[in-house]
Each structure stands twice: as structure tokens, then as C-alpha cells.
Ligand binder design. Sequence first.
Ligand code: GDP
Ligand code: MN
Length: 399
Amino acid sequence: MNIHEYQAKGILREYGAPVPNGFPIFTADDTENAANALGGPVWVVKSQIHAGGRGKGKFKEASAGEMGGVRLARSVDDVKKYVNEMLGATLVTKQTGPAGKQVNRLYVEEGSEIAKEFYLSALVDRASGHIAFVVSTEGGMDIEEVAHATPEKIVTLTVDPATGVMPHHGRAVAKALGLKGDLAKQAEKLVGSLYAAFVGSDMEMLEINPLIVTKDDKLRCLDAKISFDSNALYRHPQLAELRDLSEEDDKEIEASKYDLAYIALDGTIGCMVNGAGLAMATLDIIKLYGEEPANFLDVGGGATEEKVTAAFKIITADPNVKGILVNIFGGIMKCDVIANGVIAAVKAVGLQVPLVVRLEGTNVEEGKRIINESGLDVLPADDLDDAAQKIVAAVKKGA
Ligand code: GDP
Ligand code: MN
């Protein structure tokens, strides 16, 4: 789960990390009080969307002005002007795709005078099984670009979970960033706070880009991006409240209500599969035969008829779907249960596109019989290869 920058900074502040003061803005009326409370003389007005590259982004509407999604203001009037321009407008950045994202929230922050910009992130490093800090002197830039062009400028260090974060980790970060004296002390303290925040709220990724040194020698987190491990959210009910559904795909929200592992994709063939591995294989084979999948969907091992119906509804509600492939291996799940679920779903939502069903495993004969006798226009398939070729052919014929 991702959250907004202002929410991320709120969490870092609780753990004692240095972040600038600021106020979220939900309606333009909030602006004057926020700007006055911060006092100036410089403010930053920042678009809150779940995507990076806002500073260099462009708004679609001419009324939003020529500047990007992060703007420096030198008067309360300018703060108000930028809020009015940006609120409700659509920001296109490198990460949003061409459609952009509507800016429904802003963040007004006290401006900082930047002397240096660094990069610092923490993530779960699967290779070492440890939490790793990744730091670079090349801050404020696209870190992928830095990794590509000058990999020697990126330093990674891991923290053994048995000891937790130690002073030497902080010293190593300070050294990598070329910080000495009091700034090195600030870096050590920051690393401790960030590690505590990371572990304390079960983060998956924490990225500060840029981490800055101000002109008066203070270390500050100027930007903050956090994503949490969704599997641990049950331990943090207060974090679940930070979820912003307007940032998420409607179909993915609906799927999460039924505990379905669903990810929307750009293609034309809707897929209903059980097991993540089988789902991946199904996407691959669709591509092999020349079409693109419309989604990844793992209905899970113990899917009920209700779950299958919900999954089917989500797939058919997608206007891009030109054909559906159901590919089920009945292990824990029985093929007859799936067959009944598919039929119930088709009866409930109708079927406007070709449907191929491939069943294998427990009670497969019974499952096939149920489908064949249902009178529904289902194309049966014998194996995965056959199923993929049939749905691709049917979609190509319809196109
Ligand atoms: P991003 O473009 O989505 O990564 O948004 P950031 O929060 O990183 O802001 C983009 C850029 O705006 C930063 O890299 C800074 O260069 C600049 N910026 C943000 N806040 C301030 C500030 O308080 N003072 C100054 N001078 N620049 C800022
Ligand atoms: Mn940034």
C-alpha cells in the first residue's frame, strides 16, 4: 500500500526524523490559514499524488499554469494562486503515464534553502534477507539514471536483524555522503529514526529523494515516499486509514474486498486462474500466441462460488476485455465447484465475449459435464496450450 508524501512525513516526524513543517490542503479555503501558520518567507506547494517526478511534471490544463507540480512561493498570495491553479488539475509525470493523475490534495510546506541534495532509501533486500539502506550523493535526480550511468556513486549497506541498527550504520551513511562533524551526528540519528520507522510500521520501501543539507547545516527529509507491506497491515489499523482509494484502480479495489489477488493490465484477454505460478504461465502463453492479457488474477486455492462470481464480474466490467480464459487446476479446489461458479457468474452478469474454460485436476469430469450441459456458449479446452490458442483465435476473429 502506498501513501501520500504528507502522510509519509507525518510518520517520519513521529519517529523523530527531521522534516519541514507543513499542512495538507483539501480545499482552497484551507490555504490562507496554513500559509500564515507556516509564516514564510518561502513556501513550497506540492501536488499529492501517488507518483514521483512531480517537480518536472506538466499539467494538462492551461489554467494550471506552466510550472510543474512542486512550486516555490514567496508570498501568501502566490501560495493561494498555486493552490487554485493546481487543485483538481491533472498532472502528468514520468511515472503517471500519459493519462496523468488528478491532484485532489496539496501540501503546503515551509521552504528550505538547499545547500546539498542526497538520495537515501531503505528497502527489504531479498538477496540478503536484511533491510538495506541505499545512499548516494547524487540526490534530487532519477536514481535509476544514476544506477545506470554511475553505479559507483550508489552505496548499499545492510542491517542484520539480530542486532538491529547500530551506530556504525549511521557512520557508514555519513561517510558515503561525505558528512563530517555535527552533520555526521545528524546522519547517524536520522538512520536510527528511519530504521525504527521502517520496522515499526512494516514498510516495504522508504525513499527520501532528496535528503538535503540546508544552508544552515541541517539535514532534512525534503521528499518522502513510503510503501507498506500489505500483508502486515492488519497489525497497523491506523495505517490502513491512510489509504487513498482515489489513487487506486477501481477494479483492484473491488477485488481486494473479496481477497482476490488482481492486478489490472493493458491487454484484451481477461484471465481467471488459481495459483500465482499458473497465472503467470497463463499470461506468458497468451503473449506467446500474440495477444496481451487484460489482468493478472489469482482466485486462490479455496475459492468459493461467491468469489468466482465476483472475479468474473470484475473481468467482464473491463471494457478492454474481448475474451476470457478460465484456467483452473483443481487441487484443493474442485473442478465442479469452479464450473458451478463460472455458470452462476455468467448467468448473473451475462457474457458478451468468447469464453474458453480449461479445467484439470480433482473432479474434472464432473466439472466438464456441468459446463457442457449448462447450455452456455463456452469453448472447452483440453490443456493450457489448446486453451490459449483458442482464446487468442476467438479474440482475433472478433477484432
Ligand atoms: P518529486 O519531483 O515528485 O520527486 O518531488 P520533490 O518533493 O522531490 O520535489 C522536487 C524538487 O523540488 C526537489 O528535488 C527540490 O529540488 C525542489 N524543492 C522541493 N522542496 C523545496 C524547498 O523547500 N526549497 C527548494 N529550494 N526547493 C525545493
Ligand atoms: Mn523527490
